[in-house]
Design a protein around this ligand. Structure first.
Ligand code: SF4
Length: 353
């Protein structure tokens, strides 16, 4: 299946002002647009739709192809997500229904897998325009990212001014900031609220891979989210929700430094496995698990024996999607030599030398 509904209903606005068909699409739009709706209706976006409708297999969609080949997430690919949510009525009449937006790269973290585009800890602060609010009239799904979205004040203007009642909001946070009551009162008015908390390890692993993390603060804020959305726990220890339309979704990115620690991260949380979301990192190549030598891939699989079957199968397929690359392996070894790795990683890191 190469047809995807994303170009007919969705648009991404990045901190640097680039517009994209979706976050997985390799190439940003090339034109200069004053507003996101202008980009959505642009000739070049229309061409992408036409190429899909003519049955062309778009090389820009390769990440979805790869995700579909290893499968195993809630949705096999982002393409599947759009195709399940939006039917073919939008082919004839494209309508801007979903938006992913980062108004700036303001961030207090310097994560190992990030860069200047999404964190100003790597370089200058970059910002783009707040879209016109009348663009949001047909919107049913909004994904808010940063940087760290709670550091960008204009996000509060956005939350205040958009129609919240019929909309799902997914907010992606590094969990270093717990919002004040004024913001919480806005958040709770969305039809559905998904708080997507980035967590790629616990304790010293978190502080290493997501540099800027203070683990004690992370734990404190984690508990605040649970106190806010649940009032008690049942006999099995599961939260009983007082806000059933709110979901806390931990998101784990599997890469060379994190993959052996997924199991312990999941065990630390009080969240059942099917509420987790995860991704395999494709870029940069030196953090991509599939280029590691076989003995390290075997170790990673062994460490995650207790994974549910779906994720285990998916990890195994991802690991075998490429073979060992000496070039990328040397890049990671150079990184290790220049940094102090946490004690807990030492046994694993010994496998690299
Ligand atoms: S197939 Fe994937 S990459 Fe291509 S537009 Fe759809 S969601 Fe985006």
């Amino acid at each position: 299946m190469t047809l995807c509904m994303a170009p007919f209903v969705h648009m991404v606005q990045n901190p640097d002002g680039q517009y994209r068909t979706c976050c997985m699409f390799e190439k940003p739009l090339e034109g200069k647009y004053n507003d996101i709706k202008e980009a959505f209706d642009s000739e070049e976006n229309q061409k992408i739709r036409q190429r899909m409708l003519s049955g062309e297999h778009l090389p820009e969609c390769e990440k979805c192809d790869i995700d579909e080949s290893h499968g195993g997430k809630h949705y096999k690919s982002y393409r599947e997500f759009f195709n399940i949510l939006f039917d073919s009525q939008y082919i004839k009449n494209p309508i801007f229904k979903t938006l992913e937006i980062s108004l700036s790269n303001k961030c207090n973290f310097k994560c190992i897998d990030c860069g200047p585009r999404f964190s100003d800890q790597f370089g200058p602060t970059i910002k783009n325009n707040l879209p016109k609010f009348d663009n949001f009239n047909n919107l049913v799904h909004l994904k808010l990212l940063g940087g760290e979205p709670f550091l960008e004040k204009r996000n509060f203007d956005l939350l205040k001014n958009i129609p919240r009642k019929n909309m799902t909001l997914m907010l992606v946070t590094n969990n270093s900031i717990f919002p004040n009551d004024e913001i919480l009162n806005l958040l709770v008015e969305f039809n559905q609220l998904d708080i997507n908390i980035s967590i790629d390890g616990i304790g010293e692993v978190a502080e290493f891979v997501r540099y800027g993390t203070k683990w004690s603060r992370f734990e404190k804020n984690w508990n605040k989210w649970f106190d806010w959305y649940s009032s008690s726990v049942d006999s099995l220890g599961n939260p009983v929700k007082k806000r059933p339309h709110v979901h806390i979704i931990p998101h784990f990115v599997m890469h060379t430094f994190t993959a052996p620690f997924y199991q312990e991260t999941k065990d630390w949380s009080n969240i059942e496995v099917n509420s987790w979301s995860w991704d395999f990192l494709h870029n940069p190549d030196w953090l991509n698990l599939s280029f590691l030598p076989d003995h390290i891939k075997t170790f990673i699989l062994k460490e995650n024996q207790e994974f549910d079957e779906v994720l285990k199968g998916s990890l195994s397929k991802f690991l075998s999607s490429n073979s060992y690359s000496e070039n990328t392996f040397n890049k990671i070894k150079n990184y290790i030599l220049k940094h102090d790795v946490p004690k807990k990683m030492e046994e694993y890191i010994d496998l690299f030398f």
